[in-house]
Design a protein around this ligand. Structure first.
Ligand code: GTP
Ligand code: MG
Length: 211
């Protein structure tokens, strides 16, 4: 049994990653990806998602429609072994105490952490989120999400981001086990959408089932 915690600054895409994973399990795409195997959803809980009023200032950056107040949760089972795993995705708006409580709880109970970063915002601001999380394992996974939003020199920019993220966690004596580059949305007009959607599902499956 693995408890995965998806942690990251507001709007990095934690809930979208979880929803995409659920979709892959529901339609059976999970068997087709690399390392894929048949899995079944046991339970999903997205009831902690709240609607953001249109034009609300805090989310004017991407006009998103919902934000996570209470952690999202998905429990699934590997059909072959019968093992069940849980993935938690608390909200990223740590200025709100109820959301902050979710972050603290999940950072304590998760056996594996995925630190989620978004390509469409400066990393420095996103590091602030992690500076605030006190309980962290020595080894974590890192997800660089929204790869579709890098307009040019994607490879170079991803490498730069990896270096900065590695340095940041190194200062905190945390090592990165693996980087995953993902796109968690079905973005129209993004040529490699299938590949990077698959990567998102592969990331979760690898982490839960390889251990
Ligand atoms: N273009 C693009 N948009 C994405 C991607 N992943 C998520 N989004 C969008 O980013 C916004 C925020 O996504 P969420 O999944 O709600 O982010 P979150 O990290 O759960 O946000 P909080 O829980 O409020 O901290 C939404 O509008 C998503 O549609 C991606 O890979 N590419
Ligand atoms: Mg969320």
């Amino acid at each position: 049994m693995v408890n995965i915690g998806l942690l990251g600054d507001i709007s990095a895409g934690k809930t979208s990653i979880l929803r995409l994973f659920v979709k892959y399990l529901k339609v059976g795409d999970i068997e087709k990806i690399e390392g894929g195997k048949k899995c079944t959803i046991v339970k999903t809980d997205f009831s902690g998602e709240a609607t953001v009023p249109r034009g609300a200032k805090e989310d004017s950056l991407n006009q998103k429609e919902t934000k996570t107040i209470h952690p999202n949760r998905v429990v699934f089972r590997e059909d072959s072994s019968g093992k069940a795993h849980t993935i938690f995705a608390p909200g990223g708006d740590r200025a709100r105490s109820v959301i902050r409580m979710g972050i603290i709880t999940i950072s304590r109970i998760a056996t594996q952490i995925i630190a989620v970063f978004s390509c469409d915002r400066p990393l420095e601001k996103q590091f602030e989120f992690f500076r605030d999380v006190r309980f962290f394992p020595d080894n974590i996974f890192v997800c660089i999400n929204k790869i579709d939003l890098i307009e040019k020199d994607a490879e170079k920019k991803v490498e730069e981001a990896k270096t900065k993220i590695t340095d940041f966690f190194k200062q905190r004596k945390i090592t990165i086990k693996e980087f995953f580059i993902t796109c968690a949305e079905s973005v129209e007009g993004f040529e490699d959408v299938q590949t990077y959607n698959d990567r998102t599902a592969e990331m979760i499956l690898n982490i839960t089932t390889d251990i």
